[in-house]
Write a protein that binds this ligand. Structure first.
Ligand code: COA
Ligand code: ZN
Length: 299
């Protein structure tokens, strides 16, 4: 049975889009629930400017709590700069997602840097923290709210210096949920033939209801690390129209029904998604399964 690694990114990509502060205890309870549901890879926070994303102001406390409690879980975090990478490392995080947008305008809107500055900052991180595992999150890899569609060739060209500088894992992110399965296939096939040693991951938003088909297209081409958020909570505060991620429990359900192994307990995840929705009433969710359970309970 083929195994698919689910990488839960809700505590970062979901929570960052909620404007009112989610209490630290609630975040911890959700992460506890994820781990007990069998989730082995959790992006727990981002080490960013609290002025840019106030929700992440508790990053250090949250990381310290979780890393100490579950030493066998792969807790990773998003960082936009060296300062964030240093904070992550000091908090016990061994793996970070360094985010750069394929679209220069989105890179400026998101992290206020040119492409050149982002690349230089990656080199600063690699030099300062040689033991930190740095994965590249390529945001707007399929299209951008400001610059339109991005092609396979745009991706391959952009990544060349990153891969030459030692990046071994690339996460292709459809930040605004604009990709289609044919485009996902083209980009993944291009990556596999141009950079066969790169470990590929995929992160697809569900904005246009294509999160599941796009993720499945990637899985069927051999991608075995996929990102999603509990309940489909999400968005990107710096990409207009980017509402809703692909829901982890819906994805896990589909994969297990298809015979893939995922490690997680779908029923427990559904209950947790429901708990989360009750705790975050203003959240934008795209999940389906936790609502079905609601309907059953009403009958
Ligand atoms: N962690 C905490 N604080 C940080 C930080 C980090 N990683 N990086 C910068 N800061 C602080 C600085 O100390 C400074 O604080 P001050 O105003 O009190 O002196 C402030 O943030 C601005 O720093 P500066 O280096 O001038 O950054 P900037 O204003 O050009 O913003 C980023 C650049 C990258 C720090 C900011 O845009 C950011 O954090 N973006 C994150 C975006 C994000 O998470 N998007 C969603 C995920 S894809
Ligand atoms: Zn995202």
């Amino acid at each position: 049975m083929r195994k698919i690694e689910l990488h839960e990114v809700g505590p970062r990509d979901g929570f960052q889009n909620v404007s009112e502060y989610i209490p630290l205890e609630t975040k911890i309870r959700i992460i506890d629930g994820l781990v007990t549901s069998g989730m082995r890879h959790v992006q727990i926070t981002s080490f960013v400017s609290p002025k840019a994303i106030p929700q992440m102001k508790d990053a250090r406390e949250l990381a310290a709590n979780c890393v100490g409690k579950y030493p066998d879980t792969d807790f990773f975090a998003l960082v936009p700069n060296l300062r964030g990478a240093e904070s992550a490392w000091e908090s016990g995080i061994k793996r970070v997602s360094y985010v750069v947008s394929l679209s220069e305008s989105h890179n400026q809107a998101n992290i206020r840097r040119s492409h050149e500055e982002s690349f230089a900052e990656l080199q600063n991180i690699q030099k300062a923290l040689p033991k930190l595992d740095v994965c590249l999150d390529l945001a707007t890899a399929f299209g951008c709210p400001f610059e339109g569609t991005k092609t396979k060739d745009d991706v391959l060209r952009f990544l060349k210096p990153y891969i030459e500088s030692g990046i071994k894992t690339v996460n292709l992110c459809d930040t605004i949920g604009i990709a289609n399965p044919a485009q996902v296939r083209r980009t993944i096939q291009g990556m596999k033939s141009e950079y066969p040693s790169v470990d590929l991951q995929i992160h697809i938003h569900d904005t246009r209801n294509m999160g599941m088909v796009n993720t499945l297209a990637a899985v069927e081409l051999g991608v075995d690390k996929v990102q999603s958020t509990l309940g489909g909570l999400g968005g990107c505060p710096f990409a207009p129209g980017a509402s809703g991620n692909l829901a982890t429990e819906d994805l896990a359900f589909m994969l297990s029904e298809m015979g893939y192994e995922t490690d997680v307990e779908v029923g427990q995840l559904v209950k947790l998604a429901k708990y989360q929705a009750a705790q975050i009433p203003s959240g934008q969710f795209s999940g389906h399964l936790y609502m079905i359970q609601d309907e059953k309970e009403k009958q």
